[in-house]
Write a protein that binds this ligand. Structure first.
Ligand SMILES: Nc1ncnc2c1ncn2[C@@H]1O[C@H](COP(=O)(O)OP(=O)(O)OP(=O)(O)O)[C@@H](O)[C@H]1O
Length: 263
């Protein structure tokens, strides 16, 4: 399969502490990689390196066969978009939704001024929001709606790779489900290539094609989703799976025999 992203031997240090230790990762086009691992294992640092927000001490990121320089061009930044746990990181509170989306569309020359209004409407429809939202401001929306708007903002610039870092963790459970369903429908409609970080293995099960496990700055397992849940390779992965509450029966290898429907 053609690769959207290659991460080669990434190392990041904060003083004497090694946050990422020689991480290698391939992300095939139009697939979703779920990244799991305990708090502090380096998931967000890896996401930030890929997005160009943290410069690694060693290693390289290759996007669409092009190695990215330490200082990325505007075009290269655009191609990897990130969605955060807190959507407010993406939404300027002083701007209306129309201004937020238009600014991104025009800055990156996705459309011209005559097309921008129509594209804003299309983007909102894509995340299942009504066009009446365009002239409102971020504080007028619920957390789940703000996350939808942040998703529309990220998709507006037509990225090659979307990184979602715990995008549902700050939301109420019922809202989490609907945002996750949105990600799944966008995956099907737009053939997205995604890196999806979550500590919730139920969410990872629902969204991922492949699962990667981080522990203390290293990737310790990368496996097809079904394989990971049924027959995890490492003791650490088995530990993560067994720590999940409300989890289905485990087989003798410590894997899942079946997955209970999530409410
Ligand atoms: N700017 C920084 N300066 C110093 N240490 C940092 C910095 N950013 C992250 N770290 C440390 O690097 C380690 C990895 O952090 P990171 O946020 O990548 O982990 P994570 O797996 O995403 O955790 P969580 O699930 O809690 O978000 C942690 O020990 C964290 O304290």
């Amino acid at each position: 399969m053609e690769l959207a992203l290659q991460v080669n031997n990434i190392t990041v240090q904060y003083g004497a502490f090694t946050a990422l230790d020689g991480v290698d990762l391939n992300l095939p086009k139009h697939t979703t990689l779920g990244l799991v691992g305990e708090s502090g294992s380096g998931k967000s640092t890896l996401a930030r390196v890929i997005a160009g927000l943290v410069v690694p001490h060693e290693g390289e990121v290759i996007l669409d066969s092009e190695p990215l320089k330490r200082k990325r061009s505007r075009q290269q930044y655009k191609k990897i978009q990130m969605i955060f746990q807190n959507p407010d990181a993406m939404l300027n509170p002083k701007l209306s939704i129309r201004q937020i989306l238009s600014e991104a569309l025009l800055f990156h020359r996705i459309v011209n001024r005559t097309q921008v209004a129509e594209r804003c409407k299309e983007l909102l429809a894509r995340v299942h929001l009504d066009e009446s939202a365009l002239d409102k401001f971020p504080h007028e929306f619920s957390g789940g709606q703000r996350q939808r708007i942040a998703i529309a903002r990220a998709l507006s610039v037509e990225p090659s790779v979307l990184i979602a870092d715990e995008p549902t963790s700050a939301l109420d459970v019922s809202v989490q489900r609907s945002v996750l369903e949105l990600f799944n429908s966008l995956k099907a409609e737009l053939h997205l290539t995604m890196l999806f970080i979550s500590h919730d293995l139920g969410v990872i099960h629902d969204i991922s094609d492949t699962v990667a496990v981080m522990k203390q700055g290293k990737l310790v397992e990368i496996n097809a989703k079904d394989q990971f849940f049924a027959r995890p390779e490492t003791a650490y992965s088995r530990e993560l799976l067994s720590a999940v509450p409300r989890m289905p029966k485990l087989n003798t290898a410590g894997g899942l025999l079946e997955h209970e429907p999530r409410t």
